[in-house]
Design a protein around this ligand. Structure first.
Ligand code: SAM
Length: 220
């Protein structure tokens, strides 16, 4: 179960950068990299052309982007979703790994962005009640429920009343999550009760779009 000591994410980034593979693997990687436009993480699926991800983009991201509001993304990796959030007045990108934030800066670094290396579940330098929209995809799927619980508690400080929070998490009721050791032991039932116990109101649950995970939307 990945916890804060896990090397999973830095390992994935290093594998992405590694040139030590066989010629065939290197050729395949070069082709994929070319297709992925050099962005770390696009190899996991591009929301521009993978149907379920397109749906997530069109339902949970694009309708919420407002030029006068402030957003925060947790676990951006190479910016697969960050690029859709650039229309906010201010965008915080929060990650536990400084190395990952440096990678993001290579492809996505705008004056309205603030890069924050956190302690695993906190929001240093983010003002109280300052966030209108919080989004995280592909990060909570790997997080132990204790870390998720800590995040839910800490989000209460930074979210404005009525702000939308949208989190994609591991759903072990689905076989594709059960077959993936890097996915945490979470289910809609566990997630629902953690969100409610933290004091939020659930707005929407999407249990069908993703084949190994689910999405929950909630507000204070
Ligand atoms: C698999 S990547 C997914 C990234 C991106 N959102 C996407 O969908 O392409 C997981 C991301 O979560 C970050 N991460 C892992 N644990 C974290 C934690 N406790 N707090 C913040 N970010 C974390 C990783 O560094 C990485 O950026």
């Amino acid at each position: 179960m990945p916890d804060l000591k896990t090397t999973l994410h830095v390992d994935m980034l290093r594998r992405f950068r590694s040139n030590q593979a066989s010629v065939l693997v290197r050729i395949a990687r070069a082709v994929r990299k070319e297709l992925a436009g050099q962005v770390y993480g696009l190899g996991w699926g591009d929301p521009e052309n993978v149907e379920p991800l397109k749906f997530v983009r069109d339902r949970y991201v694009l309708p919420y982007v407002k030029a006068e509001q402030t957003a925060l993304e947790i676990g951006p990796a190479g910016g697969r979703w960050t690029r859709y959030l650039l229309g906010f007045r201010k965008l915080y990108v929060v990650d536990y790994y400084a190395e990952v934030l440096e990678e993001l800066k290579k492809t996505c670094n705008r004056p309205n962005m603030e890069f924050i290396k956190n302690g695993g579940a906190d929001f240093p330098a983010v003002a109280d009640r300052s966030i209108d929209y919080l989004f995280s995809f592909g990060a909570f799927v790997h997080m132990d429920v204790l870390i998720i619980d800590a995040y839910l508690a800490n989000m209460k400080r930074i979210l404005k009343p009525g702000a939308n929070a949208i989190i994609h998490y591991s759903d072990k009721t689905k076989i594709m999550a059960r077959r993936n050791d890097t996915f945490s032991e979470n289910t809609p039932e566990i997630m629902r009760s953690m969100v409610r116990n933290a004091g939020y109101t659930i707005i929407e649950e999407d249990l069908t779009t993703m084949w190994h995970s689910s999405i929950i939307q909630f507000r204070l």
